[in-house]
Ligand binder design. Structure first.
Ligand code: GLN
Ligand code: ZN
Length: 761
């Protein structure tokens, strides 16, 4: 029984690659230094997998930035603005595409399926010239071979590459990007031939787009591509990897009928229905790469459950054709549990990061081959049992409260227009009220205060004093700016999810559990391991202090349940929606405590609601239903006069506008400044609904200061679609990444623009 790993994290157990990259970018170290750190990481990863006993070890899953950008380099598909003149693509061109340079901006970045990883979107058109311009895949294969390790080179497959591309600037949208297949395949043939010549016996093609809702024309492209590659692939085994969801039946049929391919990989963690497809017909003589070890989470595998799944599959494809694998690349999980010295030992026994998952895959393969490591399996069984019965996991009161929610509807009794009237009587706001999204600049001084408090270098009194001073400063600035609805600035928060997770029960935190988000950036998601509850109020102290400083309304500021869920590693022993409902109940308590403390405006951020949308259309309605329900639960108990805001920082939600309306918030602020037109239809729906709407009037992601005229012009455009009485004036998102020298003039102009328009209306 063989074992296989789809891909491995590149950053290193202590983010070594991040620091090497950033130091190189800052000119503090040489290209040779960066290459050395990278080569050391690759060799230690390969050795680790080889030592664990993995048979099919991936290569070319390392990347200096992103695997899709690596494919753009492989294909020489460099947009002309980077002035690449041919030859092997080096760091200059590569990092210019990734990050921009002094004269040209970077290529666009977008989310990799429904993960928090972002890839660099290829820009293609009829004029794109393809050529074999990066030998990275072959070089890495040879590099591993020189270390005595035979690897499976991994390539982003040609069809997924094209399906994930966008039209280059100026290219007519009617141009079919898939029509470029004939031009990219010659390059694929070259790299395949070189890999064969170098001695590769397997090549892995990642074609994850196969799990999406593709039409027959798109599916046809797979058939065409692999037929075209068939002769080049003779003499080498090709495995096509799919991941992140169940594969649709049609795609399964197309995939398993592909010519020139010897193996097929499936995500059997997220794709429980795929097993039925495999059972109903898997081509004989082909290899099945069974992804039973979850690449997207940090939980230890339930080994005995996996053994029985694998046993059933073995009966279908035969012992020699079944390969134990991960559900997807381990890129999406944390690197190595060994560095988590501060985690509670019981919780730690429930976890497996990438390094531990490699060991699990191998243990499963050996068990199926009749060489079960009894000790490893019984330790695993004990950990599974302790997780099931641990009082840390289960809180009967929470379970009861959450299950009582099921099936019942939660909706504020009065409709939004009537509520807004009641709120206006209390708040007495001008038309076009101004506000901000929550955070104010996070200065170095502020970060120092939080760090020292955490490290117990300063006392609680000193900490509270420092934060109060910061809040007072932020309140004073906003009063001077004459903003209508104020915020306290979030100086006590390091991160909008971590801050709440640290105060809720059921959450654990790692020291090094980093996951690559894009380029050198990583995030460290909290781990939700148990039933969630809120032992004590989390934000009331700071919000009431802030309110005590001003006669203007102060917004309470909370992160919503769906965002907390989507930005955490979530428990896998109950459905996601149950965990979400539990978080919703905890936030509900907080909302009600804020209201009792005299906070009349409460913003519940759902920045990540769109992000959790399932890949397949058939799964989306269910998700949106419980996600929106969870949000409503948080504020169903407040008075009509309490104004509930929500904020979302994405603009692409035309497809979920009805769900957003269904959240039934009083005021919705959204990121907008980079996509005016897209939002127009959204606004129209908003008008019908009657809630307040605050489309961001300027982009906070840029240091640029917008002028009063420019902002006024923006607001005027919005007024062409929106009623005056529902429009709010606010920036796109929080201001924490900006400097005061940018924030003050920008907000001055924003308030001036609102006032200017008020006089004209
Ligand atoms: N209230 C948060 C802030 O202002 C919202 C951040 C976000 O939407 N990402 O920082
Ligand atoms: Zn935002």
């Amino acid at each position: 029984m063989a074992s296989h790993i789809v891909g491995y994290p590149r950053m290193g157990p202590k983010r070594e690659l991040k620091f090497a990259l950033e130091s190189f970018w800052d000119g503090k170290s040489s290209a040779a230094d960066l290459e050395k750190v990278s080569a050391d990481l690759r060799s230690s990863i390969w050795k680790q997998m080889a030592d664990a006993g993995i048979k099919y070890i991936p290569s070319n899953t390392f990347s200096y930035y992103d695997q899709v950008l690596d494919t753009t380099a492989l294909l020489g598909a460099v947009p002309s603005r980077y002035n690449w003149t041919g030859g092997e693509i080096g760091f200059d061109t590569y990092f210019s595409m990734a990050r921009g340079n002094s004269s040209v901006p970077a290529m666009e970045m977008t989310k990799w399926f429904d993960t928090n990883y972002h890839f660099i979107v290829p820009e293609l058109g009829p004029d794109t010239k393809f050529s074999y311009a990066s030998h990275k895949a072959v070089n890495e294969y040879k590099e591993a071979k020189a270390l005595g390790i035979d690897t499976v080179p991994v390539l982003v497959g040609p069809v997924s590459y094209l399906l994930l591309s966008k039209h280059a600037k100026g290219v007519d949208k009617s141009f079919s990007l898939l029509s470029l297949l004939g031009s990219v395949l010659p390059v694929y043939k070259q790299v395949i031939a070189e890999l064969k010549a170098a001695g590769a016996s397997w090549i892995q093609f990642d074609e994850p787009t196969l799990v999406l809702d593709l039409d027959s024309h798109q599916l046809q492209a797979f058939t065409a591509a692999y037929s075209e590659l068939e002769s080049t692939l003779s003499g080498v085994n090709a495995v096509i990897e799919t991941y992140f969801a169940d594969i649709p039946a049609e795609a399964f049929k197309t995939l398993t009928a592909l010519k020139g391919v010897t193996g097929f990989g499936f995500d059997l963690v997220r794709g429980a229905k795929t097993i039925d497809l495999i059972k109903s017909g898997f081509p004989s003589g082909k290899y099945l790469f069974a992804g039973v070890v979850d690449g997207r989470n940090i939980w230890a595998n339930d080994l005995s459950a996996s053994v029985s799944t694998l046993g059933a599959l073995e009966g279908i494809v035969g012992k020699d054709k079944l390969v134990v694998s991960t559900s997807c690349s381990l890129l999406h999980t944390a690197v190595d549990l060994i560095n988590e010295t501060k985690l509670d030992s019981e919780i730690k026994s429930w976890l497996a990061f990438a390094a531990q998952k490699v060991v699990e895959v191998n243990a499963l393969a050996k068990a199926l081959a009749g060489q079960k490591d009894e000790e490893f399996f019984s330790a695993n069984a004990a950990a599974q049992a302790s997780r099931k019965s641990s009082p840390r996991v289960t809180n009967a009161a929470v379970q009861k409260a959450a299950s009582a929610l099921k099936g019942s509807d939660h909706r504020r009794a009065t409709n939004v227009s009537a509520r807004l009237d009641a709120q206006q009587k209390k708040l007495n706001l001008p038309i076009l009220p101004t506000t901000t999204i929550g955070s104010f600049p996070q200065t170095i001084e502020l970060r120092r205060v939080r760090r020292e408090y955490k490290a117990k270098k300063i006392s609680e009194d000193e900490y509270v004093k420092a934060i109060k001073e910061e809040i007072s400063k932020v309140v004073k600035i906003q009063e001077e700016l004459d903003i209508d609805v104020l915020v306290h600035g979030e100086p006590e928060r390091n991160d909008m999810v971590e801050y709440f997770g640290e105060q809720l029960s059921g959450f654990a935190f790692t020291v090094n559990g980093w996951v690559q988000s894009y380029g050198s950036r990583c995030v460290k998601p909290p781990i939700i391991y148990g039933d969630v509850s809120r032992p004590v109020a989390m934000t009331v102290f700071w919000s009431s202090f802030a309110q005590s400083l001003t006669a203007r309304p102060m917004k309470g500021m909370l992160t919503g349940p769906v965002t907390i869920l989507n930005w955490s590693f979530v428990r896998n022993d109950q459905p996601r929606h149950e965990t979400c409902y539990q978080i919703a109940l905890a936030i509900k308590d907080e909302v009600e405590d804020l209201e009792k403390a005299g906070i009349n405006v409460i913003q519940i951020d759902e920045a990540a609601l769109r992000e959790g949308l399932p890949l397949r259309k058939s799964d989306q309605a269910f998700y949106l239903d419980w996600a929106v329900h969870s949000f409503r639960i948080t504020n169903v108990g407040v008075k009509d006069t309490t104004q509930i805001h929500t904020h979302m920082c994405y603009s692409n939600f035309n497809d979920i506008i009805h769900s957003i309306i269904d959240m039934d918030a009083d005021v919705i602020t959204i990121e907008n400044s980079r996509s005016d037109e897209k939002l127009l239809s959204v606004f129209r729906e908003g008008v019908k609904y009657g809630a307040g709407i605050g489309p961001g009037v300027y982009d906070i992601h840029s240091p640029r200061i917008p002028s009063t005229e420019e902002i006024a012009d923006r607001i005027n455009k919005m007024l062409a679609v929106l009623e005056t009485n529902i429009l709010w004036v606010n920036p796109d998102c929080g201001l924490k990444t900006r400097k005061y020298t940018e924030v003050k003039p920008a907000l001055t102009n924003m308030v001036a623009a609102a006032k200017l328009l008020r006089t004209e209306l």
